[in-house]
Design a protein around this ligand. Sequence first.
Ligand code: MN
Length: 300
Amino acid sequence: MARGGGLVFEELPARAAELAGLRIHRALPRRGRRMVGAWCFLDRYGPLSFTREKPMDVGAHPHIGLQTFSWLVEGEIVHNDSLGCEGLIRPGEVSLMTAGPGIAHSEETPRENTGRLHGVQLWVALPEAERGRAASYRHYRETPALELAGGVVRVMAGETLGARSELEMYSELVGLDIEVHAGGRVEIPARRDFEYAALPLKGGVELGGERLNLDSLYYLGMGRDSIRLGSRGGGRVLLIGGAPFEEPVVMWWNFVARTAEEIRAAREDWEQRRRFGEIPGFRGERIGAPAYGARPVDQR
Ligand code: MN
């Protein structure tokens, strides 16, 4: 998909929003760019410092048709779900919840914490052949970290430079957290049949010689052989990619489906307390679904 012989390099400023009082930057989905491979949602929050507050306080809410993927640069989050699973996630760990036909969960800052919070949440659309599989939750404590001369590459999902993440995912994709040392360069081999996007996490990073702005997503298209990163003062960037997702997807609120009818049924089941179950480890509030057709403000 090279344009005029060159490669795609498109800056897409993220949209600032609030999620249960937490300021977030939503990079995906957005007008004109809904997905990158099977990745269909990307929020970044922080970095922030806090004392007695509870910056992450997302009450019980449902999901269908996707996997939620949480990754922290700093701080911690407690996940509880309707399967009875609890996970305390820290930097370097992945919280992966597969919604299948339906699951409910909550995400909160734990009482004991470092007073810092900085991270991302991503969603991955499940392909048709897998979206009916039973809901599940897994907390992965280890992520391959490749120490290179120019930086550190953490393989959150998929495979790169001979290192493979253990995550059970159902589309061909990759997710990397790339730290570039001050004055360092990192080159990541790319697949020509994957589309890619980069989101800076901190510091100043250059991609293919272009300086990246924080709070913008950079869509990099397909047909690349490699992705080259550099930094003068040090920085960190999230790189996602995958084979373009060919199935038509309907996304609304916390649901990923194929038809409006499926979305309406999921919404109704959540409102009527069917299908999704209760969360045994959670004492807080249950988030009501917006009216169908309304702007899905609190999408998470
Ligand atoms: Mn969620």
